[in-house]
Design a binder for this molecule. Structure first.
Ligand SMILES: [Zn+2]
Length: 345
């Protein structure tokens, strides 16, 4: 090859390489910018999830997940996958591996709750217990739960962690995601077996509405905007806790304090006023209830005002069986302490 030809060859080669870069770069840059979200509709196949009566949790998780995906896809720069698009069995590890295989930035596992004794109501988010994954889970969870509270009035049961006796994440999908270094949370939207949450789940549309709200919380968390809807969360300020130096653990102890004092009792009207004082330094007080028959039956759970150590209790006693009042207080992890018994007349 003569010198002139060699130069020509170099120029052509450079142009070809440049052209290749120009072809590859935009799509590569786009792919790198895209936030990758994996939505995991909990349960499926033979794993039914909660069974409130007329449907299975696995079905509504899928409805919510599809609505969440649809809403999230209206935002720019986001790629969304579902771990399952139909009714099939998937192990918890398979769900996490799916997220790892698509290089997910976050895995959201969607669920609805029921409690064993049917006492509890409200929404909660379970986060991974350690490091930056905890920070991500906490940060996202506070956005979602405050949206649920402000827009639907659903009680926030908090962003929580739970570890097993080996100090690893208790919930399998979180544990498997931790091992694969994927930030993940479990969203428990509300309780299917409690009247207080029944309003939110009275129509099939609500399961979609939940999914849309989940998507908005994700958009806020990642600071996404949408040309389609005009929603813009670039400036959204999220709460970012300090990265814990050691893994967080759940609250194992019941409330330290739950005491009741009588203010007044009027026998003619049957109206009783009392003051309840309670404290739980680890996870706070969430609910309280009272009994007027020495603990045989209990009132429904009242919401404990956050950031307060007391509530005023008013009860109407129609036909007193025994003149005693008992109160119990529940912390953020459903741990319970019963007050002393007081005689009200
Ligand atoms: Zn579930």
């Amino acid at each position: 090859m003569c010198f002139k030809n060699r130069n020509k060859f170099r120029i052509i080669t450079t142009l070809i390489i440049l052209a290749c870069f120009l072809l590859v770069l935009p799509s590569k840059a786009q792919a790198e910018e895209d936030v990758v979200i994996v939505i995991d509709p909990g349960h499926g196949g033979t794993n039914l999830g909660a069974e409130p009566g007329n449907f299975y949790e696995k079905e509504i998780n899928l409805i919510t997940a599809k609505a969440m995906k649809e809403e999230l896809e209206t935002f720019d720069g986001v790629t969304v996958y579902l771990t399952r698009e139909d009714d099939r069995s998937l192990s918890l590890e398979e769900r996490a591996s799916f997220a790892a295989n698509v290089n997910a930035d976050f895995l959201f596992s969607l669920h609805y709750n029921m409690s064993q004794n049917h006492y509890f109501y409200g929404a909660e988010v379970w986060a991974q217990s350690a490091g930056t994954n905890y920070v991500s889970g906490y940060s996202f969870g506070t956005i979602l739960l405050s949206d649920f509270q402000n827009e639907f009035g659903i009680l926030s049961r908090g962003v929580k962690v739970k570890v097993n006796n080996r100090g690893r994440d208790y919930y399998g999908v979180l544990r498997a995601s931790t091992e694969l270094q994927i930030p993940a949370v479990i969203i428990e939207h509300c309780h299917l077996d409690h009247q207080a949450d029944a309003n939110y789940i009275s129509s099939a549309e609500m399961f979609q509405t939940f999914g849309k709200k989940d998507a908005i919380a994700v958009a806020k968390y990642f600071g996404l905007s949408s040309k389609v809807s005009g929603l813009q969360f670039k400036e959204f300020q999220k709460l970012v806790p300090k990265t814990p130096s050691t893994p967080k653990i759940q609250d194992h102890t019941p409330p330290e304090q739950c005491t009741v004092t009588l203010n007044s009792y009027d026998a003619s009207s049957g109206i009783l006023h009392a003051n309840v004082t309670a404290e739980d330094k680890d996870s706070g007080i969430l609910y309280y209830s009272y009994s007027l028959d020495q603990g045989a039956t209990w009132s429904g759970l009242g919401i404990w005002p956050s950031a307060s150590n007391h509530v005023s209790l008013k009860a109407e006693i129609k036909s007193p069986t025994a003149p005693y009042l008992l109160v119990r207080c529940f912390n953020g992890y459903d741990g319970m302490t019963t007050s002393q018994q007081i005689k009200y007349y």
